[in-house]
Write a protein that binds this ligand. Structure first.
Ligand code: SF4
Length: 472
């Protein structure tokens, strides 16, 4: 019987089965940042433990770093202290720190792939939920908590249950104006935010096969929002072309043997899955969330659903979402006035995300609508550099967007970029939980970067295909 990539990689990294029934899994790559690592290092020190494999851990700062300026010391004393602790811990334990000063900083899930650190067949972990992003390379990539960060620092292993695997096939050609973000929002809408609990998601089918690595990262990034512990795409020539010659990718003969290994860990044609679901790409429309979970979404042209359209168990959450968002069943999403537009995050803060927006800003000549605060925040310093080299910073500025320094920015708002009061934000990020963007009453609408741009120039939720005359 054939095996899935998940089964193969899991088995190759399982050190032993624990008495608890869990497995001790070797972690090939550990990424750390300033928010979840200080306590983990403190726990190590309390127990007199060291970091035996520092060459497998890489650090950067992303969550707390201001994006209007990276000048030190930060005005927020707590943020400054977190960064100082990260720097000291890296120096003390011999961990490579990808710093702003060296021009290597960025969101942890943007820089790992960018540097070629993330590779097929690897186990990757990080104290951040959206570590699932790295699964785009055919890795098992797991978000972990602070105690587990400590465990990985001390042992390079993690105790975990073996997951079931659901193959999610999307086949066919997406319509113009429909993006990877729409696909993953659609999948989460279909399966629910709890649908993936206990699963690894394998994304397959001709639509994912045709995606670029950046598109695959967008999809895998949000696996966690569908409840899955991780998500992945089998590695292929697209993966290898992306990785070739990146700083940490294997070189020369090592590259050839790596490709041989990477091909061997692809899911077998006769692999057995615990579940298989299939969707048609042509059924997917530009998606927008209207509620307080990433599954509470709808096609941009649709009217908001009635609570009675949902199973009775879901209705309290639907009612809560309507109350919080201030929308009502039957309302159109299109035309809802927005206050803020945010393009960035580890879901959609890569070069191609901005490049696509620039394409439509240039052809349309449209500007950010009066009264809308619009932020463009590159996912890494390297992405930012490329945008500047291409002259895109100027396109954004001329159109009325603020072009910022790299960081997580308004995705989680652990930095000065926050919503104020009940502001409504069109956002290319990944979570629309209550208060996610820094105001306890702030409201988030998740959508693709091009849809955020359409909302920014319209001053309201809009169908980007109409705003930018995207042709069928
Ligand atoms: S961009 Fe958002 S989801 Fe991604 S690592 Fe930063 S805070 Fe987390």
């Amino acid at each position: 019987m054939g095996k899935s990539l998940y089964d193969k990689v899991f088995e190759q990294h399982a050190v032993r089965k624990l008495d608890s029934g869990q497995y001790q899994l070797l972690m090939g790559l550990h990424l750390i940042h300033e928010v979840t690592s200080p306590q983990a290092f403190a726990m190590l020190r309390d127990r007199g433990l060291g970091v035996p494999y520092p060459e497998r851990t890489f650090a950067t700062c992303d969550h707390i770093i201001p994006t209007h300026t990276q000048l030190r010391p930060f005005t927020d004393g707590l943020a400054e202290q977190m960064l100082v602790e990260l720097e000291q811990n890296c120096a003390r334990y011999g961990i490579r720190y990808l710093s702003p000063k060296a021009g290597e900083q960025g969101i942890v899930h943007v820089i790992g792939p960018e540097l070629g650190l993330t590779q097929p067949g690897m186990t990757v972990c990080c104290g951040d939920s959206h570590t699932s992003t790295h699964g785009a390379f055919g890795a098992i990539a797991l978000g972990i908590g602070t105690t587990q960060v400590r465990d990985v620092l001390a042992t390079q292993t993690l105790a975990m249950d073996k997951l079931k695997v659901r193959r999610i096939e999307v086949n066919g050609q997406l319509k113009p104006g429909v993006y990877a973000k729409d696909v993953v929002l659609y999948v989460i809408h279909q399966l629910g935010v709890q649908g993936g609990v206990g699963y690894a998601y394998e994304f397959a089918g001709t639509t994912f096969d045709g995606f670029t690595m950046e598109e695959r990262m967008t999809v895998c990034n949000m696996s966690i929002e569908g409840g899955a512990r991780c998500g992945y795409v089998n590695p292929d020539e697209t993966t290898y072309a992306y990785l070739k010659d990146r700083e940490y990718a294997p070189k020369g003969a090592k590259w050839d043997s790596a490709v041989k290994y990477w091909n061997s860990i692809r899911s077998d044609a006769d692999a057995q899955y615990d579940d298989v679901v299939k969707y048609a790409a042509e059924d997917i429309e530009p998606m927008v969330t209207w509620g307080i979970t990433p599954a509470q979404s709808t096609a941009v042209g649709a009217k908001l659903p009635k609570a009675t359209e949902f199973p009775s168990g879901d209705r309290p959450l639907i009612d809560e979402a309507y109350q919080y968002m201030g929308f009502a069943p039957g309302d159109p999403l299109r035309g809802q006035k927005i206050d803020v537009a945010f393009i960035g995050s580890c879901t959609n803060g890569r070069f191609s995300d901005f490049e696509e927006v620039v394409r439509y800003l240039k052809t349309s000549g449209k500007k950010v609508a009066p009264g809308v605060r619009a932020l463009v925040v590159p996912g890494s310093q390297k992405v930012r550099e490329r945008l500047i080299e291409a002259g895109f910073d100027k396109v954004f500025s001329d159109a009325g967007f603020e072009f910022r320094e790299a960081g997580c920015s308004m995705c989680l708002a652990m930095n000065p970029d926050k919503l104020v009061g009940r502001e409504l934000c069109a956002s290319s990020s990944n979570r629309n939980f209550k208060g996610r963007q820094g105001s306890p009453t702030g409201r988030t609408l998740l959508m693709s970067p091009v849809m955020v741009a359409a909302a920014a120039v319209s001053g309201a939720v809009a169908d980007a295909r109409e705003v930018f005359a995207i042709q069928n």
